[in-house]
Design a protein around this ligand. Structure first.
Ligand SMILES: Nc1nc2c(ncn2[C@@H]2O[C@H](COP(=O)(O)OP(=O)(O)OP(=O)(O)O)[C@@H](O)[C@H]2O)c(=O)[nH]1
Ligand SMILES: [Mg+2]
Length: 397
């Protein structure tokens, strides 16, 4: 099975609480505050791995959790940072948020995207000592972690992708053009999953070409195998439309595929097409392509059986493939090794939470009602503890 979709839930690590501690030494009756800071929670990161072919590492509904930051301790000991987890995905994976919005596009090998950011560690009470407040009896609580519900979709990144009816000779053509060795047979739907091949030019250039399972009429509505694989044509800048020229009605068969491309949408019907008229070894005369269409950037009679026309096609591919587009997301200025990074909207908190020796204190514009409860529960509030909010002191139930 070829898995090109997965739904995952990710939870970063909570920041560790700041330490609330006072120095205790034998001959020092009143030691100063010495609680260290809590560690940062780990992130959940997607990393594009050039060795992966699909998303089968992710089965439906899998959850991934990064490590929590350790709390700060006495003697100003800082808590350790929580472990970040890296989820490897194939190059070409896109991540979508709950509303179907594009969050990340891992379009290059080693591209990295933070899906959920770990919480900052809280500051320990040692940090709050001032000349007028020598014994701060509070420490900051660690920040809550980022979380995300994400749909991963692999959309192959190929310079050119093949479209065509079953049996047209797409896989035979990929074998002729590239290093890939997809299965070839004289029955329809031989190819069940996309295959990528690398085409090399004599002067050292490289292109990738994708062989996609055959399309039939109704493919855009899910008939045959084509539908779910049409997405893999989306990011190819040139379509190689492969037609068996040894049969009648070349134009009809061209139209059948073209209709499915436009019904699918996503701009597939605007993509430039190179028409490959295959199986000319079975024809007494060279074929003609009877269609006038501005998207057709070239017509190539070939025979995958004899190799006729293949070198011409290969050379033309390097001329016809438009330059790669700019990445969807910019490189992050503050994280230069994070490509295609899109920062999460910063969680602007209008308040801070501190642990005290009797419970918690909230300073600033505190949340109300259920939100306040959730925030305190997340901070580890227990029954009977005191919660100071502004001027009020409540008891946590
Ligand atoms: N005579 C002749 N036969 C060819 C040529 N190219 C491919 N074939 C044959 O056509 C049949 C189908 O070839 P494939 O490459 O498997 O076709 P496909 O388009 O990948 O088919 P699906 O994967 O089912 O969509 C095989 O029997 C090939 O040997 C050609 O140029 N000449
Ligand atoms: Mg095939």
């Amino acid at each position: 099975m070829f898995h090109d979709r997965a739904r995952i839930e990710v939870l970063a690590g909570r920041g560790g609480d700041g330490g609330l501690s006072f120095r205790r030494e034998k001959h020092v009756p009143k030691g100063g505050p010495d609680g260290g800071d809590g560690g940062r929670g780990g992130d959940v990161v997607l990393v594009a791995d050039a060795n992966l072919r699909d998303l089968s590492n992710f089965r439906a509904g899998r959850k991934f959790k990064a490590g929590r930051g350790e709390p700060g301790r006495g003697a100003r000991k800082h808590g350790a940072d929580g472990a970040t987890i890296e989820l490897a995905v194939p190059v070409g994976t896109q991540a979508f948020g709950p509303e179907g919005e594009l969050i990340a596009d891992l379009a290059r090998p080693d591209a990295r995207v933070v899906l959920a950011k770990g919480g900052q560690g809280g500051r320990g009470n040692a940090r709050f000592a001032t000349p007028v407040r020598q014994t701060p009896r509070f420490a900051e609580v660690g920040e809550p972690p980022g979380e995300a519900d994400v749909e991963l979709r692999l959309k192959l990144l190929a310079d050119a992708a093949m479209a065509g009816l079953p049996n047209a000779g797409k896989s035979s053509l990929l074998r002729r053009l590239s290093n890939a060795r997809p299965k070839v047979a004289d029955y329809p739907f031989t190819t069940l999953a996309p295959v990528l091949g690398t085409v090399e030019s004599p002067d050292g250039g490289q292109l990738t070409v994708a062989d996609i399972p055959g399309l039939i009429e109704g493919a855009s509505e899910g008939i045959g195998l084509g539908h779910e694989f049409l997405a893999h044509l989306e990011r190819a800048r040139l379509l190689l439309h492969v037609i068996d020229a040894s049969e009648e009605d070349v134009e009809d068969r061209f139209r059948t595929i073209d209709t499915e491309l436009s019904l699918y949408g996503a701009g597939l019907d605007e993509r430039p097409q190179a028409i490959v008229l295959n199986k000319i070894d079975l024809l007494p005369e060279p074929p003609v392509f009877p269609v006038e269409d501005e998207r057709v950037v070239g017509v190539f009679p070939v025979s995958c059986a004899t190799g006729a026309g293949i070198d011409e096609l290969k050379l033309a591919l390097f001329r016809l493939c438009p330059a790669a587009p700019e990445p969807v997301f910019e490189e992050s200025p503050e994280l230069p090794d994070f490509l295609e990074y899109r920062p999460q909207p910063p969680a602007r908190r209008t308040y801070r939470i501190y642990r005290t020796d009797r419970g918690f204190r909230i300073v600033g514009e505190a949340p109300q009602g259920e939100e306040l409860e959730a925030v305190l529960r997340a901070a580890g509030a227990r029954k009977g503890q005191e919660v100071e909010v502004g001027e009020e002191t409540l008891e946590w139930q």
